[in-house]
Design a protein around this ligand. Structure first.
Ligand SMILES: Nc1ncnc2c1ncn2[C@@H]1O[C@H](COP(=O)(O)OP(=O)(O)OP(=O)(O)O)[C@@H](O)[C@H]1O
Ligand SMILES: [Mg+2]
Length: 238
């Protein structure tokens, strides 16, 4: 079961929002997701307190360097995807989580191209590869992209990162009220009221496309009830 982390050393880059959106979409599609809140600010835990139980989502809070690996081991049998939300830092917990990840997503704001925090994570990953011979797959995910951010400037950002050999997901996360709303009222994009939240259908399409891309990056085979099934495509909605 893949371990996915969201990291950017800069605060406010969009990590928690992206982590929650991906986790809840995968859960909606029927995957069992363990969402690990590894940020002392506890945004994911607060979302969970607001939301109550959400189908297919398990939450782990109070994570430390020492406990992270134990949590992954303990939950492995009942998890299809782990999603770890990290603090906007470059500390021991972030480093540990990166080392335990199958893929690290680095949210970068499409409008500000706020690259410093992202570069710190890229440097850390390069260091791990160089010093420990441990290569962790990673991609930048552009986020808070508005219609003001032109296709041309997005292509320029992608080109710049490609020059450094950094993969950029094809699906950017848009700037949307629905995404902020989740932290205000709890729940998922599928429990929000379309009459109250504008463009909810577009928000859902956006995150479905994101999850599809993530699943293509990390095809997985799980065994449940003794029957092996490939679950990266075509799961029915929860
Ligand atoms: N795609 C988006 N659309 C609209 N608002 C967004 C989006 N992504 C993030 N935000 C808003 O930007 C702010 C910062 O986002 P978020 O908390 O996800 O960042 P973070 O990287 O987790 O920050 P921190 O480093 O403090 O944990 C929040 O107010 C959030 O609601
Ligand atoms: Mg956060």
């Amino acid at each position: 079961m893949p371990v996915i982390s969201f990291a950017n050393a800069k605060g406010g880059a969009g990590k928690t929002t992206a982590a929650l959106l991906l986790a809840t979409e995968l859960a909606h599609q029927g995957y069992r997701v363990t969402l690990i809140d590894a940020d002392p600010q506890r945004w994911i835990s607060q979302w969970h307190e607001l939301s109550g139980a959400v189908r297919n989502i398990s939450i782990i809070t109070e994570v430390s360097v020492a406990s992270l690996q134990c949590h992954l081991r303990e939950m492995a049998g009942q998890t299809d995807y782990f999603v770890i939300d990290l603090a906007g830092a470059r500390d021991a917990l972030v480093t540990t989580a990166l080392g335990l990840s199958d893929h690290v997503f680095i949210p970068v704001q499409g409008s500000a191209m706020d690259a410093k925090g992202a570069a710190q994570i890229l440097d850390l990953l390069a260091l791990m590869k160089e010093k420990a011979g441990h290569a962790v797959a990673h991609s930048v995910v552009l986020t808070r992209v508005t219609p003001m951010v032109t296709t041309r400037s997005l292509l320029a950002i992608k080109g710049l990162l490609a020059q450094r050999g950094v993969n950029v997901l094809n699906t950017p996360i848009g700037e949307r009220t629905a995404f902020r709303e989740l932290f205000e009222v709890g729940g998922t994009l599928y429990s929000l009221d379309a009459a109250k939240v504008s463009n909810l259908d577009k928000a859902r399409d956006n995150i479905r496309a994101l999850a599809d891309e993530v699943k293509r990056l990390m095809p997985m085979r799980i065994v449940r009830s003794g029957v092996g099934r490939v679950l990266n495509f075509n799961r029915s909605a929860a």
